[in-house]
Design a binder for this molecule. Structure first.
Ligand code: 13P
Length: 260
């Protein structure tokens, strides 16, 4: 039986990537996907904003634009204005992005982003026609205090706008903060339970929202990708460090292909 939700593997390059090596990695990814024939899952790369335009050109030249999408890592809640150093959602769209990551725990920690701000950014992303990848996840203290489900449920309902949200314009990424960049991913049982919790919560937030794709993020790597991607309610992965080199990202994509 065909899967209802198409898997999505997203690479979050964070503040990594200089022009020449980034173009070379993107060429490798495009070649990999081209060789595989039909695209068997959605692939998104979210590079630093400075690389969107050159990477879009790289993909266009390599025939990869239909198979690999680009995304931003953040956007401002306004469409334009006096906000030095920020980037607006329509600018990301102009640069070739179709997705934008919002509410990543690093943004929440480094820039004190609140759920209310994330919600306003989601609205900005939607005004620009972008698909928002909204990140939620508990920190270690919250997990140890037994508060993970409450924290994630609350972040979810507060970070999503009350209207205009559909399963087509939102992707949720569950990223336990303690698993990000630590090499220590969450246990399979915990991931499956949390994703089930998120899906039930989404169903209560709006009609049809239980059909949203829910990604897991936090130390996804070649060694654990197949197991994580086969879990109930896991529709893909948001990959940080292991997405920077296509040699490491490739087995993660292939794991998604293998279970399709
Ligand atoms: P790592 O895969 O490096 O743990 O990062 C996860 C992440 O934060 C993706 O957004």
């Amino acid at each position: 039986m065909a899967r209802i939700r198409r898997r999505l593997i997203a690479g979050n390059w964070k503040m990594h990537g200089r022009l020449k090596p980034a173009v070379a990695e993107m060429r490798r990814l495009a070649a990999l996907v081209r060789r595989a024939g039909r695209s068997r899952c959605d692939i998104v790369i979210c590079p630093p904003a400075s690389l969107l335009v050159p990477l879009r050109a790289t993909l266009a030249a390599a025939g990869g634009l239909r198979r690999i999408a680009l995304g931003g890592q953040d956007c401002h809640s306004a469409d334009a204005g006096a906000h030095t150093g920020d980037i607006a959602a329509p600018m990301l769209a102009d640069a070739g992005a179709r997705f934008v990551i919002l509410g990543h725990s690093e943004r929440r920690a480094d820039h004190a982003e609140t759920d209310a701000l994330v919600r306003a950014k989601v609205q900005a992303a939607h005004r620009a026609g972008l698909i928002a990848i909204v990140c939620v996840g508990e920190n270690l203290a919250e997990r140890e205090a037994g508060a993970a489900y409450r924290v994630v449920g609350r972040a979810l309902s507060r970070s999503l706008p009350a209207s205009g949200v559909t399963a087509a314009n939102i992707v949720i990424a569950y990223e336990p903060v303690w698993a990000i960049g630590t090499g220590r991913s969450a246990e399979s049982g915990d991931i499956a339970r949390m994703h089930g919790h998120i899906r039930r919560r989404l169903g209560r937030l709006g009609p049809g929202l239980e059909a949203c794709r829910i990604l897991y993020g936090g130390s996804v790597k070649p060694a654990n990708a197949a197991e994580i991607l086969s879990l109930a309610d896991v529709d893909g992965a948001l990959v940080g460090g292991a997405s920077l080199k296509i040699a490491e990202f490739r087995p993660i994509i292939e794991a998604a292909w293998a279970i399709e």
